[in-house]
Design a protein. Structure first.
Length: 187
């Protein structure tokens, strides 16, 4: 971060939806991930939604620089409520990337998930990036995924004993997968 910029990470409020939508779209350069956030919000499945705001020194107005979402996943067809969460998506606007904002969003998000009592968080992403935060290959814990990947599908145990992590197929919400109730892919 430039020294004259101040970063604030806070929970999304009702007024943030449009700015979140814009920052997610800008980060990915497409609508797909922004639509995931919209669907999660509409389904009331945003267990945790954090925004990162940047304020210039001496200024009142802040800019939305990033966002992170966590939502429930199922394991072996079982719902864990807030105990089992998926991290997706995490977004930093292009002009603010590589300044530590993504890392701060992930660290703050994981800390809050731990506070909510979440036992584990899964993520599908760049192994080298997510290993920085302690994510390990989920296959080591007997957790499967439907994406046909191994190393990129990762888990972080936040509460409880790693040996107590349930085994089986992890499924994200249809809001994340972009599937309708009949399993067809939308968008
Ligand atoms: C991925 C993303 C959230 C990271 O946020 P960020 O604020 O740029 O990241 P940070 O500044 O905290 O960390 C930067 C470091 O992470 C690494 N990094 C960032 N994105 C990476 C990626 N996709 N793969 C591997 N490494 C990555 C950088 O190499 C950099 O390493 P360095 O510090 O050694 O130079 C951001 O780049 C982004 O929004 N990208 C587009 C959307 C996306 O791919 N989201 C993740 C998938 S859900």
């Amino acid at each position: 971060m430039q020294p004259d910029l101040q970063l604030t990470v806070r929970e999304e409020t009702a007024n943030d939806a449009a700015a979140v939508d814009q920052v997610v779209q800008e980060a990915f350069g497409q609508r797909d991930e922004a639509e995931i956030v919209v669907r999660l919000r509409n389904r009331n499945e945003l267990t945790l939604s954090l925004v990162a705001e940047v304020t210039a020194a001496g200024q009142q107005n802040s800019l939305m620089a990033g966002h992170i979402a966590f939502s429930p996943v199922t394991i072996a067809g079982q719902s864990g409520g807030q105990r089992w969460l998926g991290l997706a998506p995490v977004s930093v606007a292009p002009e603010f990337q590589r300044q530590g904002i993504g890392s701060q969003l992930i660290e703050a998000g994981l800390e809050r998930c731990r506070g909510l009592g979440a036992e584990l968080v899964v993520v599908l992403g760049e192994p080298g990036y997510y290993s920085r935060f302690g994510f390990e290959p989920a296959s080591r814990f007997g957790l499967e995924n439907c994406f046909g990947v191994d190393e990129p599908f990762r888990v972080l145990v936040l509460n409880g004993r790693p040996e107590d992590v349930p085994h089986g197929m992890v499924a994200y919400s249809p809001a994340v997968m972009g599937t309708d109730v009949d399993g067809t892919v939308s968008g």
